[in-house]
Design a protein around this ligand. Sequence first.
Ligand code: GLA
Length: 376
Amino acid sequence: MLETFRQLYGSAEGARIYRAPGRVNLIGEHTDYTQGFVLPMALDLATHVAAVQSPDGMLRIYSEQRRELREFSAAGIAQSQPAHHWTDYPVGVAVELARAGFPVAPANLLICSSVPEGSGLSSSAALEVASALAFLSGRPIDPLELARLCQRAERNFVGMPCGIMDQYISVFGRLNSAVEIDCRSLGHRFVPLPESITFTAVNSMVKHALAGSAYKDRVAECAAAAESLGQPLRDLSPAQFESRAHELPAVVERRARHVVTENARVADFVDSSTRGDLARMGRLMVESHRSLQNDYEVSCQELDFLVDTALSIDGVYGSRMTGGGFGGCTVTMLRPDAMPNFQRQIESAYEARFQVTPRLYPCHPSAGAGEESTPR
Ligand code: GLA
């Protein structure tokens, strides 16, 4: 990475490198923006940002993936307007940092990422968090404030009314652990996973367009449900919800049912994981997918096909779509020794059906964001 930096900017002297991971969400989908529960883990797929302070007042941001360099005046960055361009993520973060009392200094930046874009593995949050750390350049910040600030950048500047899950897990990820996040208290607990299983993400290669209206519609429908019921969805048990479901219009009722049952599934999954009940964990993943498919309506035929195919393969416990939906990845829980056969079978079935090779990403729970100790 430093070699690329040198080629771009002439010298990499004094460069500091920051890393922020993508994530896979095991269960608890579309529950974060209604104060619910989620269970993601940080991945070893990550975004790295290398930065060196610059003497000329400019902020330069180069994306290796896009092969594109953009320049801004550091002094004027707080007044920036969205450009509907990939730079909206780092620039939005710079704006929020300035607002929070961390003005952004002139610097040259290089962004490299192994998180596939538009795949539901949270490339946006990884970019936001890694950029924030680079802009802060060692200035201390409370980790929760860091996550919230990056979420604000996405909501206010990029215009995507996302919940807190992606930025939170990118900051708070833990090696060898999933993280259960309470999206109301914003507290978390680490959930070690049974050693006899592994998870893999499978990319449908359908790029999801989350900033589209569907995500915003779901956010609005959930708000309408909570408003009509007079309480946050996360405070309702499935039984309490069913006794009042008839009060809601049909579509809103189905959306709310997903959220209420999904919150219950997170608790059940964590419990089952602690008890080592692998079969139940798998069943809960499948129930989650069906609920997202039928009640929440954020799946698509490619994701449904990947889930259904996965469930027919030996050694698989469960499978579901992960992330915002409408494309992107599924996550599958399986026996580690079943991996090679799983890969062969899912690839050939998907190729035969859609003439596209899906990509697989083995999921290893990784640490959250920070500065890299050894520059590369
Ligand atoms: C996107 C959002 C998250 C969350 C998921 C769905 O990844 O950024 O906040 O809502 O979708 O669970």
